[in-house]
Ligand binder design. Structure first.
Ligand code: BDP
Length: 724
């Protein structure tokens, strides 16, 4: 029944006046939402350009590709697109490899040479007199990657009539590290429990595992380390390998290899040997046999990730052997099968009196050249530990004969967990673009890890994963942007974080420019806001002890000094900051001279690293014209103000996206504002006990006393095994 015309106009008026309530979304679909293209003109153009998918052959990867294209096009074009075997009319999407598809082979695509093993070509062409779009690659996985990129063009409303895209990943290893325990808790995980349902594996495979693989493949991630670096040897038992194998079988069609962490003492704990000495032939034999067993089950097993002689983990030094001895015994075991060892350089000891920031370099630089070719050294972005901001790790560029993996933390252990909106794209970008000067100016860190600087062509990026069983995967909608940005940058480290943020927003929320532009600006400023309200001007490691939730600049004493805050900020009556110049720990000398000279000079050092390298007097005037104390306070207050602006921006976007996700972000921003104030007030009041200077009158007063902040006890904080 139709309403009479006047009523119809009235209804239409109502619809236009209030933004139509968009259907609730829980975030499960991530950036693979495939909603119908809303612009009618564009939809018509897309429909004309894509009338049929032409694909030959059948294999798990081709099936995954076909399913994704079918699903994606059904959503985006709001109609089914037939999948067939011939391009008889205009509008074919021709998909495949030259070896698997005669149609693709007949095109003789010269660009394919540049696509490598995992990349692809997307090209608008005339094929046998018909207009077509070709998605071609040398391998099936390359085809899958190309299909995802093609869908992304539609999702972000790009023109597709004259495409000429050739892509290949710049980094070889693009890996997520899961700090997942076998009991499904996740170390530093803020998004629920582990995705791996070990107890029900290998029988039950949650469909989530497939969706996890799809999401990773869509951004080109090609490896996943299933287990925590604080490893449990149980994961290498025959029983658990069967479980890992089941996961590997799910991930394989998506071009994702499985890796496991290896507990160095596994030969004792599960092998019944008396030692794990890497020079002992029985130990070497045990690792070889273990690797053989793994490869029988998982023929494309990626290899081992190892944390050794760090934070209480066993390692080769327990037997007087070097890290190279340790890495090599494992490398020899997996090498014949094509596997690698990712050996972590996150090594420091409280028994060593040296500045913790210099220990990894001191330990590993002399070992350059003594690792097997299939060992990669995995180095955190900065020399301490995933802080809101660190200068780049001096090992980058300093071990030219050793391929390096850059380890980044996607889970935000030190950046407000999953509740604070902190887009890590700018942090990742800052690291990748750091100039090591290893071979003169322009020796960017990204060129170290893609292997081009030293010409060995090997290296990669590992991201400590932030996914879990939360329905939205990462604990909040915006945390998924960090997973996405990690993958995109591992594929192409020259991408800009703004470009990535924009693609992600369009795919995750929609293409409305009145939403995308403000939300993007909010994302891009968010990391600096967090640095400001947590650890400005090069401060670091000021968080609460153990669980790391909230501020704890006063943390001192306890088990080890290098786990306290006072060790790092060194505040006293004169000033604040860690002197890492020649008059202090001289860690600055670990950088190449051009860098060391800048960082080592308090007048030249970029202000964001000032207190990382220098102990500066409270009344010292900085380039801004303010004293250090005034500058420090200004940053802490600016951080809170920035969060308040984020809140205002977000409020202005109400109604432009679905209510469910809007609300959660709004609520989390309220929490973030409260916690930013907590950080600011606790830190400013605490540092004031040394500076004995006033908080300038223009600023709002802290709401509580320092004693009250110090008395805060957070219980059952997620991501930490420590209980109250
Ligand atoms: C620290 C985390 C700890 C990890 C360690 C690591 O607090 O849980 O085990 O890094 O990377 O930041 O090994």
């Amino acid at each position: 029944m139709r309403a009479p015309p006047r009523v119809r106009w009235l209804l239409l008026g109502l619809v236009c006046a209030t933004p139509a309530a968009l259907p609730a979304e829980d975030g499960y679909e991530l950036w693979l939402r495939y909603r119908a293209v809303s612009d009618a003109g564009l939809l018509a153009r897309y429909r004309a350009a894509i009338r049929e998918v032409v694909m030959e052959g059948d294999s798990p990867t081709l099936r995954a590709t076909r399913d994704e294209l079918t699903r994606g096009l059904r959503g985006l074009l709001a109609r089914d697109t037939p999948v067939g075997g011939s391009a008889a009319a205009d509008g074919a999407l021709l998909v495949g490899t030259p070896s698997g598809s005669k149609a693709v082979a007949s095109l003789g695509l010269p660009d394919l040479a540049r696509a490598g093993e995992e990349g692809f070509v997307i090209r608008s062409m005339v094929v046998a007199g018909r207009k077509a779009t070709v998605v071609a690659a040398n391998t099936e996985v390359g085809v899958l990657h190309g299909a995802f990129r093609f869908l992304q063009l539609l999702q972000t409303q790009q023109p597709i009539e004259a495409l000429s895209v050739v892509e290949a990943p710049r980094l070889r290893y693009r890996v997520l590290d899961h700090w997942d325990n076998l009991d499904r808790t996740v170390e530093r995980g803020y998004a629920g429990f582990s995705l791996w349902d070990w107890h029900r594996l290998p029988d039950w495979l949650s469909p989530r595992c497939t969706d996890y693989a799809r999401a990773n493949a869509s951004i080109g991630i090609n490896g996943t380390v299933l287990t925590n670096v604080n490893a449990d040897a149980t994961s290498l038992t025959t029983e658990w390998l069967a479980k890992a194998r089941a996961l590997a079988d799910v991930f394989r069609p998506y071009g994702i290899r499985v890796y496991l962490t290896a507990r160095f003492s596994a030969p004792i704990e599960i092998g019944g040997l008396e030692t794990a000495d890497p020079k002992d032939p029985a130990v070497a034999g045990w690792w070889k046999a273990k690797a053989d067993e793994i490869y029988r089950l998982i023929p494309d097993f990626g290899g081992f990730l190892v944390k050794a002689n760090s934070e209480g983990q066993p390692g080769p030094q327990d037997y007087g052997r070097s890290h190279a001895d340790g890495a090599n015994v494992l490398a020899d075991a997996v090498g014949p099968h094509g596997g690698v060892v990712m050996w972590r350089a996150f090594v420091y000891s409280h028994e060593v009196p040296e500045d913790r920031a210099r220990q990894a370099y001191d330990e590993f630089r002399p070992l350059d050249g003594s690792f097997r070719p299939n060992v990669l050294l995995q180095v955190k972005n900065g020399p301490v530990d995933f802080q809101p901001r660190e200068p780049f790790h001096p090992l980058f560029g300093a071990v030219p004969r050793t391929p390096l993996m850059l380890e980044l933390q996607i889970t935000k252990e030190y950046l407000g967990f999953a509740t604070h909106l902190v887009y890590l794209g700018p942090l990742f970008e800052e690291v990748l673009r750091a100039d090591t000067h290893a071979r003169g100016a322009g020796s960017l860190l990204s060129k170290v890890i893609d292997g081009s600087l030293e010409g060995h062509g090997s290296g990669g990026m590992a991201g400590v994963a932030n996914v879990g069983t939360d329905r939205n995967w990462c604990g909040s909608a915006f945390d998924c942007a960090n997973w996405y940005a990690f993958g995109r940058l591992a594929w192409d480290p020259s991408l800009r974080s703004g470009t990535i943020a924009e693609s992600w927003l369009r795919m995750t929320f929609g293409n409305d420019p009145l939403f995308v532009e403000p939300a993007k600006a909010m994302m891009l400023g968010s990391r600096e806001a967090a640095v400001d309200y947590m650890t400005p001007l090069g401060l670091h490691h000021l968080m609460a002890r153990g669980h790391h939730y909230g501020p704890g600049p006063w943390v001192s004493g306890g088990e080890r000094p290098d786990w306290t805050s006072v060790y790092y900020h060194r505040a006293d009556a004169n000033g604040i900051g860690f002197d890492r110049t020649a008059s202090g720990s001289n860690a600055v000398a670990q950088y190449f001279p051009e860098v060391a000279q800048v960082f080592g000079d308090p007048r030249q050092v970029p202000p964001q690293y000032l207190l990382w390298f220098h102990h500066v007097g409270w009344d010292q005037r900085l380039a801004s014209g303010r004293t250090l104390w005034e500058e420090l306070v200004a940053h802490y207050y600016a951080g809170v103000e920035a969060v308040r602006r984020m809140q205002a921006t977000w409020r202005s976007l109400e109604g432009r996206i679905d209510e469910e996700r809007y609300r959660q972000v709004a609520t989390f921003l309220d929490i973030q504002e409260r916690e930013a104030r907590w950080w600011r007030d606790a830190c400013v009041l605490y540092f004031q006990t040394f500076s004995r200077r006033e908080i300038p009158p223009q600023y709002e007063r802290p709401r509580h006393t320092l004693q009250e902040y110090e008395a805060v006890r957070s219980r059952y904080v997620p991501g930490s095994r420590e209980q109250p």
